[in-house]
Write a protein that binds this ligand. Structure first.
Ligand code: ZN
Length: 315
């Protein structure tokens, strides 16, 4: 996630992690406890008996973030390798994937993806993974970006996708479906998708350059933005002749900003590619609103952990 100045000035709600299920259940999600951990799963993926999947949350790990013990699952300069490895092992055990091989990525906000068919010792650089090999757990990490899990219920193939605004703009979700079609004959109508916790349209402020890029790429982009989208996306300079205004130098208004709903954009991408809307479960929790339960890069000004979304085929 690109660093931008912190946009969120609303009142932060502090709620108990035990209430992770609020809002989640009614949208086809289930939160459960596994020891000290709280995990989230999408009901439709849970119905596939051959698949293992889950989304981590913040609490219950060994990492020390400030005064708080958290389940950080990504390498971070503030954390130790031992803590992250122990957290990952606890997360996998909690999911029932303790004997599976975890495949992670060195994520780079790209549309680069890989087919993996055997355990790998080193991280590949990219943002999506696909497999039909049992025993592998494909993982993406996030702390605001959208983690997307896909399962082809007919051919028993799975994918994990990391989509921030750059990946969304590069149509990484759509391209991953295309890769599954190529590799496994996947048909979009057989795909079940889960879009995990991510920064919401309530909090994700972006500048004119992002609005313009989305407007150029997606005819329906306006639906995913709140704020003066048309003005920004049109490329109009808000003050083309500043000397004509009465504003003294140094007192210009800041550039207008809009808020982007990344999950809505990715949901539409999957629907446009043919995945039935009823087979797409989008989690409603906003990472920046719910830093009591989730990690948020924006909401915590960069000093935070990483959550993990994983999916695999039982060995
Ligand atoms: Zn929010």
């Amino acid at each position: 996630m690109r660093k931008l100045r912190k946009p969120y000035t609303g009142v932060r709600r502090r709620r108990s992690a035990d209430r992770a299920g609020d809002g989640a259940a009614r949208a086809g999600w289930r939160a459960s406890r596994a020891g000290r951990l709280t995990l989230m799963r999408a009901s439709q993926l849970e119905h596939l008996p051959w698949a293992v999947h889950g989304f981590s949350t913040r609490s219950g790990g060994l990492s020390l973030l400030g005064e708080e013990r958290v389940l950080n699952l990504g390498w971070a300069e503030w954390d130790t390798r031992e803590a992250v490895e122990a957290n990952r092992a606890a997360f996998l055990r909690g999911l029932g994937g303790g004997r599976m091989w975890l495949v992670t990525l060195e994520q780079c906000h790209s549309d680069v993806m890989y087919l993996v068919d055997s355990p790998r010792a080193h991280e590949l650089r990219g943002d999506a993974l696909v497999t039909r090999t049992p025993g592998l757990l494909l993982a993406v990490q996030s702390a605001d970006c959208v983690p997307i899990l896909l399962a082809d219920a007919r051919h028993r193939a799975v994918a994990a996708v990391h989509a921030g605004w750059r990946g969304t703009l590069a149509r990484i979700a759509e391209k991953t479906l295309g890769r599954m079609r190529m590799e496994f004959d996947t048909r979009a109508e057989d795909v079940v998708a889960a879009l995990g916790p991510a920064i919401g349209g309530c909090c994700y402020e972006v500048g004119p350059e992002v609005a313009q890029a989305f407007a150029a790429q997606f005819p329906e982009a306006r639906e995913w933005f709140e704020g003066p989208f048309d003005r920004l996306a049109g490329g109009d300079d808000p003050a083309p002749f500043p000397w004509l205004s009465m504003t003294p130098p140094g007192h210009e208004e800041p550039a207008p900003r809009v808020r982007l709903d990344l999950r809505a954009a990715n949901r539409r991408q999957l629907e446009s590619a043919g995945v039935p809307a009823a087979q797409i479960a989008a989690n409603a929790l906003c990472t920046a609103c719910r830093t009591d339960l989730l990690f948020s890069h924006r909401g915590e000004r960069g000093r935070t952990g990483r959550m993990m979304a994983v999916i695999g085929i039982r060995a």
